[in-house]
Design a protein around this ligand. Structure first.
Ligand code: GTP
Ligand code: MG
Length: 325
């Protein structure tokens, strides 16, 4: 059996190998992705993000446990900002999640945040496709929501969960400043710490206001006629004690149901598809430029005077030229 067939039959070792191919940008990857494509699109893809140390991994651990109780198979992709690009699996500090590694219904994989040719979001999208095609019911992506590329990863999922804590007002501030789009589900974790009640009130107020002033994000692609708008719930959790996790699982399921019924799921998938095409175009263009440079087919003055060589003109010339150059 070839790798694609093994992956499609749910072989987790094949899945691990396939994700390594994403990491090292293996030339055989496009063919593999094409082969598994018809089998993807069934998993519920959930993203979890938030500030460092907010309890994302602890929550993920709780989610995995609940999902397993419901007999759902799980694939976790932990995007690790601190790990160097090694091309292998590094579990880092995700010690708690590791206890699931003996359960064949749980697949956990770390991926370095840097070192991806086509960008982190593109790599995450490919890894998600593979996990999905391998038949996992839920695919969970954890990123630290600090960098732009990590935020972009959240555009590749169906349901975005943002974790905040009483000690980090980041979530509230980022939404107020318009840096971050409103997530689908908010978690106020570490509710055992002082200031939790005030933070919950503040989050609910911000979400409520945003739901009315920025309505588009919350309704179906037809602008709202598809049914009631989605107002993101704010779930109170103490992840380290497992408290609030059942409510979080229920909120995630409710959101999935909502986007399915409102047509939002389809809209997000189309958006994702366009982003995928865009990043492939960008990568192909860079490849073409490199080839042209190597072959000397780009018209760049070689006397060292580049002040009159408009790089835009060179780029247009390159894109207009037939074939891969
Ligand atoms: N007091 C309190 N501590 C918590 C809670 N949830 C998690 N923690 C602790 O917070 C610390 C960080 O938890 P993680 O789950 O690793 O947080 P993370 O967001 O995944 O961290 P990074 O991946 O490093 O960004 C750990 O020591 C947890 O035990 C909570 O609800 N209350
Ligand atoms: Mg973590």
């Amino acid at each position: 059996m070839d790798l694609a067939q093994r992956l499609l039959s749910g072989d987790m070792r094949a899945l691990a190998r396939a994700i390594s191919m994403v990491e090292r940008h293996d030339p055989d990857l496009p063919e593999l992705l094409l082969a598994v494509r018809p089998s993807a699109g069934r998993a519920h893809v959930v993203g979890i993000t938030g500030p460092p140390g907010g309890g994302k991994s602890t929550l993920a651990d709780g989610l995995i446990e609940r999902w397993r109780t419901q007999r759902r198979s799980v694939g976790v992709l932990a995007v690790d900002p601190s790990s160097p690009f090694t091309g292998g699996a590094i579990l880092g500090d995700r010690v708690r999640m590791q206890r699931h590694t003996l359960d064949s219904g749980v697949f956990i994989r770390s991926m370095a945040a840097r070192g991806h040719l086509g960008g982190l979001a593109a790599a995450a999208r490919e890894a998600i496709r593979l996990i999905d095609a391998a038949g996992r019911d839920v695919c969970l992506i954890e990123t630290v929501g600090v960098g732009q590329s990590e935020l972009e990863v959240m555009h590749t999922v169906d349901t975005v969960v943002v974790v905040t804590t009483p000690t980090s007002g980041d979530g509230v501030q980022m939404i107020k400043a318009g840096i971050m789009e409103i997530p689908d589900v908010f978690v106020l974790n570490k509710a055992d710490l002082p200031g939790a009640d005030r933070m919950i009130r503040e989050l609910r107020a911000v979400v409520h206001e945003a739901a009315h002033t920025r309505p588009k994000r919350f309704v179906g692609s037809d602008g709202g006629a598809a049914g009631p708008a989605w107002e993101p719930p704010v779930i109170r959790c103490i992840a380290s004690e497992g408290s609030g996790v059942d409510e979080l699982v229920a909120a995630i399921d409710r959101h999935r149901e909502h986007i399915e019924q409102s047509g939002e799921l389809q809209r997000r998938r189309v958006e994702r598809y366009i982003a995928e095409v865009e990043s492939i175009v960008a990568e192909m263009a860079v490849q073409r430029a490199r080839t042209a440079l190597r072959r000397g087919t780009i018209d760049i003055p070689d006397d060292g005077d580049l002040t009159h060589a408009d790089p835009y003109a060179v780029a247009s010339q390159l894109l207009d030229s037939p074939g891969p150059g």
